[in-house]
Design a protein around this ligand. Structure first.
Ligand SMILES: [Zn+2]
Length: 142
């Protein structure tokens, strides 16, 4: 295993089944040190339109939980994306995009692209340093 087991298999299973829980999990990690608006640096926010998004009280810009993380702009359910991300982190290359496609009922190319996104990020991590899965998921994605 490449990573410290910072997400237990039981908790991962819970997240696989519930996209709102995944969004909460991402939001909790992303704003663990508090919210800072990317546009105006304001730290006050209110709830946004989508689950666990936050809206700046000053400039009104809204940021979704997934924005600027590895889950940025995905076009399929975030719990399925979490399934792929978690398994790539834990199992390395063991699961192919065809395996993910079969298991999740997603287009194979969709799985390939997202799997590649995670792998690219994993490759940039120093192999000697046992990174947390959370570190991978919170990698800034543009
Ligand atoms: Zn703002």
């Amino acid at each position: 295993m490449l990573f410290k087991e910072d997400i237990s298999p039981e908790f991962a299973q819970e997240l696989f089944n519930d996209s709102e829980k995944v969004l909460k999990f991402i939001a909790d990690m992303k704003w663990a040190d508090g919210f800072v608006c990317r546009k105006c640096d304001n730290t006050n926010y209110c709830e946004g339109k989508t689950p666990y998004s936050r809206r700046c009280t000053r400039c009104k810009s809204e940021e979704s939980a997934a924005a600027h993380t590895l889950f940025h702009n995905i076009k399929f359910p975030v719990n399925k994306a979490f399934f792929i991300a978690y398994n790539v982190c834990v199992l390395g290359n063991e699961f192919s995009s065809y395996n993910f496609s079969d298991q999740l009922g997603l287009n194979q190319m969709t799985c390939w692209k997202f799997r590649k996104r995670i792998q690219n990020c994993v490759m940039r991590i120093d192999k000697n340093e046992k990174a947390k899965i959370q570190t991978i998921l919170m990698t800034e994605y543009k």
